[in-house]
Design a protein around this ligand. Structure first.
Ligand code: HEM
Length: 113
């Protein structure tokens, strides 16, 4: 179980790199569109996050309220990414919100103990 949890955590972090890295690359390039890295990253965060929420820790589980908060934010991010994936240019506020929500979700992961 511990090995499974560590693998899920590892892939979760790769998804985080794809989502945030993909968004930052677009942002600094000046062309605000959804790239495949962001789309894959958002999907990986949802899939591995749900896996990580399984009771894999022998009793020392994260607060369910934390998991629900993360799930709601991640669904929001995924919807915002998925339904804008074909747009040539997305609204600056929309793009900024994707980055901000991603950073908030990482902060929830790290600081909510
Ligand atoms: C964009 C969405 C998400 C981001 C940016 C994100 C970010 C992170 C980060 C940075 C970590 C820390 C990993 C570590 O300390 O090793 C983490 C851990 C974790 N995440 Fe996510 N996550 C997201 C979505 C989700 C979702 C949807 C769930 C499930 C509902 C979830 C559940 C977890 C769990 C259970 C952990 C381990 C936390 C712990 O052991 O305290 N995450 N996440």
């Amino acid at each position: 179980m511990e090995a499974l949890r560590l693998i899920l955590r590892y892939v979760h972090l790769i998804g985080f790199a794809l989502l945030l890295g993909g968004a930052i690359v677009q942002y600094v390039s000046g062309r605000l569109r959804i790239n495949p890295g962001m789309l894959w990253g958002a999907a990986i965060m949802l899939a591995t996050g749900i896996g990580l929420s399984a009771p894999l820790r022998d009793g020392d589980e994260p607060d369910p309220a934390k998991l629900v908060t993360k799930l709601v934010l991640a669904i929001l991010i995924f919807v915002m990414v998925f339904f804008s994936r074909k747009r040539d240019v997305v609204n600056r506020g929309h793009f900024g919100a994707i980055i901000a929500l991603t950073l908030v979700n990482a902060a929830v992961a790290v600081f909510w103990r």
